[in-house]
Design a protein around this ligand. Structure first.
Ligand code: ADP
Ligand code: ZN
Length: 733
């Protein structure tokens, strides 16, 4: 088969990039390689653009959830590109599986890790430089040896891929110092093309990856975190009683699930309560010994019991697909933790619910954890001195953590445990098992050092504390957010194109289901024009703006109304007069109402409320786009001018002027009720009355036109338009 040149399908790449892809030796169709080598017919979400980016020669960072198909994103390019792809991967067991799998597919792959003898390693290197392999997995600790990296320089490296790249960030949950060396290795290898992969990367971690690996103008892809089968709800609970009521209802309704609590005590309390209600339940937390934990976990996995009540220690290894609910009885410490835990619901792809029972007072527990996890320099010093004072001549100290806390004058042993861990990481102490006892001792490794001699990066300690607090703050923000929960979370993880899920509490609560940022410059401009109209009709003082007119007069001025009201006030002489003529009065009135609701405008109280700009409104007027609106339903002016094609909706001057087809409205309602019955949901969940009214007036007959109507989000469009459009088409005939 003659090789075919591969061109990326995405149009955003420049010609140079395509060229460099060709030069890089990307000479086969990836889809063909996908079929031939991996026996898959399609790419999974996000895979194609990552593969394309790598094949165009770009440094790349891909963030995909576990199971999202990351390995293929480097394996496939590795086959297509000239040379050997180096894959850095931390888990030796996993490495072997991967290599065996590839070899079984007839792909020349191998690995280098500590299981090889030096002779074998030399042999492997030789084979690599002879080009015998397309893919080599390398364990990160190999890069400790300068000589190893030197030897690698004889190899023609096509791609340097780093799996589990978050391990190089101290702010990730899985920091591995060996990963920090990878940046140096990349440099020594003459900066081959680099691709980094991870399943968990917040903005900070992503930045660390880009910086450490020195990615050059990287293509960054974040995909696949969406969980459309999960419905997220955050319920404000003033009293513990409310939490228990809510929990009982969820357990009754959804039966199989996990309840996460923040403390051991809470786990026991909740498990006891459920048990007394006749629910078959296990409790699970770090205070149980290994054996008990294993038994509890197995009873849940084997489906002997249906409900697990647990701290965050639970779940690392569990993979029960039929979990129908995850309840957070207390607020977790970060969005990362929350989404990971909630994500254990609905692994089988069937619908599942995630509910957080939120009480602001619970955030105190998380703050307490943060304090414990980030002991101050003074605490670390005090603990060190306590251990040193009580060490025997070998440097061994047999105090429990509790005793150390007392000795160091600390209120609890949580900070002590973290302090000992930090001292351990820095090489000043080592923990050891005390023979014939369950306790662990602490050995001072350099007894000659006093606390003040220790080299401890106080700034890093503070920084970590600050970041932990920021994570908690984001979690609290989510609890108060009015927009789609899923979209908010995906935005937090960096997925920029996320859409409202149509399925969370905020989406189902009509008010906020359609909040979104301006989608085009045109929308942004309309808002800017409306705001500058308000500014022109306000009084500017040195403290900001003061309102002088009400909403309808401002709208009249903006659409260029000839009404007496407007003309008498000589508003037709303003430079902003008629600026939004094309939008129509109804649109502008709605827009002003919405700008007020979103805090860009403010209204005075009293009989004649006067409208003016808030500081946020001023910012938006100047071009800032950091706001979200439920955009009014009517089409943008461009739609009016350009849309003559069948099925599009003409831009009406005002909604009131549009004929309301009552018969159609009734038909649509009937359709809606029918669907609601089938799906077992309240009717308004499908489409609100307002949306049906828009349908009945605007009569969109194409999906494209219908999608522009307020209340028709991505999810609802997919799910329901197929049902409603025929009804509208019928009425149009
Ligand atoms: P990750 O490393 O992201 O956790 P893997 O690379 O192990 O995920 O892939 C998860 C699963 O998805 C594997 O079983 C793999 O064979 C499968 N997979 C990967 N890409 C595709 C594809 N394009 N089509 C179908 N299955 C795929
Ligand atoms: Zn939502």
């Amino acid at each position: 088969m003659p090789p075919t040149t591969f061109y990326p399908t995405s149009s955003s790449e420049t010609r140079e990039e395509i060229q460099s892809g060709v030069q890089k030796g990307a000479t086969r169709d990836p889809l063909e390689a996908l079929e031939q080598h991996f026996d898959h017919r399609k790419f999974l979400e996000g895979q194609e653009r990552v593969v394309s980016a790598i094949l165009t020669g770009k440094d790349t960072m891909a963030v995909m959830p576990t199971g999202g198909g990351k390995s293929l994103c480097y394996q496939l390019p590795a086959l297509v590109m000239d040379g050997v792809a180096i894959i850095v991967s931390p888990l030796i067991a996993l490495m072997k599986d991967q290599v065996d799998g590839l070899t079984a597919k007839g792909i020349a792959a191998t690995m280098i890790n500590s299981t090889l003898t030096p002779a074998e390693q030399r042999e492997r290197m030789l084979e690599l430089s002879e080009g015998k392999y397309k893919i080599v997995y390398i364990a990160p600790e190999r890069f400790r040896q300068q000589a190893f990296v030197e030897a690698l320089r004889t190899v023609d490296v096509s791609l340097f891929a780093v799996d589990e790249a978050h391990c190089l960030s101290q702010w990730g949950h899985d920091f591995r110092p060996d990963y920090l060396r990878l940046g140096q290795a990349v440099k020594m290898l003459g900066h081959p093309q680099v691709a980094a992969f991870t399943a968990t990367a917040t903005p900070i971690v992503r930045k660390d990856i880009v910086d450490t690996l020195e990615l050059r103008d990287p293509f960054i892809s974040i995909s696949g975190f969406e969980r459309p089968n999960l419905s997220f709800t955050i319920t404000q609970c003033e009293k513990k009683r409310q939490k228990f009521d809510r929990l009982a209802k969820i357990v009754r309704e959804h039966k199989k699930g996990i309840v996460y609590c923040s403390t051991r005590k809470r786990v026991e309390e909740v498990a006891d309560t459920l048990h007394s209600q006749g629910v078959r339940v296990i409790g699970y937390h770090g205070g149980l010994d290994d054996k008990m934990r294993e038994i509890a976990q197995n009873r849940f996995i084997s489906k002997e019991v249906d409900v697990a009540v647990a701290t965050n220690a639970f779940g690392m290894g569990i993979d029960r697909p039929d979990v129908r609910f995850v309840v957070h009885f207390d607020i977790p410490g970060s969005i990362e933790a929350y989404y990971q835990e909630a994500g254990r619901a609905g692994r089988d792809g069937e619908a599942a619910v995630c509910e957080l029972l939120f009480n602001y007072a619970d955030t105190r527990t998380q703050e307490f954890f943060i304090e414990g996890n980030n002991p101050s320099l003074a605490t670390i010093h005090a603990v060190y001195e306590a251990v040193r004072r009580h060490a025997d001549s070998n440097g061994d100290c047999r105090m429990t953590l509790r005793e150390m806390a007392d000795e160091a004058n600390l209120p609890n042993d949580m900070g002590v445990s973290s302090a000992v861990s930090s001292l351990g990481r820095l090489g000043y102490v080592r923990r050891f098992d005390v023979p014939g006892s369950r306790m662990r001792g602490t050995r001072i490794l350099r007894p000659e050092l006093e606390a003040t001699d220790l080299e401890i990066d106080a700034e890093a300690i503070e920084e970590k504390d600050r970041r932990d607090r920021e994570k908690l703050k984001a979690m609290i923000e989510l609890c108060y957010a009015e927009e789609c929960r899923q979209e908010w979370i995906l935005g937090y993880f960096g997925e920029e194109e996320a859409q409202p899920c149509g399925n969370c509490d905020n989406c189902l609560n009509d008010r906020s289901s359609d909040l979104r940022k301006p989608e085009s410059d045109q929308e942004k401009l309309i808002v800017q024009k409306a705001l500058s109209g308000v500014a022109r009709m306000s009084r500017k003082t040195n403290r900001g703006y003061e309102g002088r007119f009400g909403r309808s007069k401002i709208a009249g001025m903006l659409v260029g109304s000839r009404s007496q009201d407007v003309l008498n006030a000589r508003l037709d002489e303003l430079s902003t007069y008629g600026l939004l003529k094309d939008c129509g009065q109804a649109y502008v009135l709605n827009l002003l109402r919405e700008l007020h609701a979103r805090g860009l405008l403010e209204q005075s109280t009293g009989e004649y409320p006067l409208l003016t700009l808030t500081p946020r409104g001023v910012e938006a007027m100047k071009g800032g786009a950091n706001y979200k609106l439920a955009w009014p339903a009517l089409m943008l002016p461009s739609t009016k001018r350009t849309s003559s094609s069948k099925g599009s909706v003409e831009m009406p001057e005002s909604l009131e002027g549009m004929e309301f087809d009552e018969e159609l409205f009734e038909a649509l309602r009937e359709k809606r009720n029918e669907l609601a019955k089938v799906e077992g949901v309240p009717a308004y969940v499908i489409f609100s009355n307002q949306t049906l009214e828009f349908f009945a007036r605007l009569k969109p007959t194409s999906e494209e036109a219908a999608r522009k109507i307020r209340g028709v989000g991505e999810v609802k469009a997919e799910r329901y338009l197929g049902e409603f459009l025929p009804v509208i088409q019928n009425a149009a005939e």
